[in-house]
Design a protein around this ligand. Structure first.
Ligand SMILES: Cc1cc2nc3c(=O)[nH]c(=O)nc-3n(C[C@H](O)[C@H](O)[C@H](O)COP(=O)(O)OP(=O)(O)OC[C@H]3O[C@@H](n4cnc5c(N)ncnc54)[C@H](O)[C@@H]3O)c2cc1C
Length: 154
């Protein structure tokens, strides 16, 4: 079967990918602020004033920007602030990721994959544990993703 893309698949977990992306962005001059929440914006002819909150210090301050890109997910406050309606139902489920260390090789070494699911038919929630970065990190570092069809129950 022909692969869908010329590049080989690469499972790389967020804790490995994010430093690469942030490092490259910083190298190109970006200022990256973690734990800083978008609150609101005000546009004028030259640009945008963006009110944000540093959540570690509980400080609200304003950033002057030429543009704002709303990449803040399906419940985007940026889209809401500029009046862009999102169609469809939201809040249809919830998920929580947990990183843990365990030697699961007896269960997975003979069947490498990107995603393993723990099926518990009696429970509504599902526990899936992704073997992300399989080749690079062996079988001991794992992200576990607990998902629920309920928006609040994970
Ligand atoms: C359990 C699960 C499994 C999935 N599996 C797959 C899969 O296998 N394949 C696939 O293609 N898709 C999958 N998806 C869907 C995929 O993760 C999403 O479609 C994708 O992450 C959306 O990307 P995004 O950048 O639009 O938003 P997000 O990834 O949600 O990123 C939004 C970011 O904005 C930040 N943010 C939100 N509000 C604010 C604010 N006010 N101020 C500052 N920052 C804010 C958030 O903290 C987050 O970092 C899965 C989703 C879930 C929940």
């Amino acid at each position: 079967m022909r692969p869908p893309a010329p590049a080989p698949a690469c499972d790389i977990p967020q804790d490995r990918l994010e430093p690469i992306l942030v490092g490259e962005a910083a190298r190109r001059g970006a200022h990256v602020r973690f734990e800083t929440k978008f609150l609101s914006l005000t546009q004028d002819d030259e640009g945008v004033d963006v009110q944000v909150e540093d959540q570690r210090r509980s400080q609200v301050f304003t950033i002057r920007a030429r543009y704002v890109v709303g990449a803040d997910g399906g419940q985007s406050r940026v889209a809401e602030a500029v009046g862009l309606p999102l169609r469809g139902e939201s809040g249809v489920g919830s998920a929580m990721n947990v990183r843990f260390t365990a030697d699961l090789s007896p269960y997975v070494a003979h069947r490498p994959g990107s995603l393993f699911e723990v099926i518990q038919p009696e429970r509504e929630e599902q526990l899936g544990t992704g073997c992300c970065g399989w080749c690079a990190r062996g079988t001991t570092g794992w992200p576990a993703s607990c998902t629920s069809a309920s928006a609040t129950r994970v």
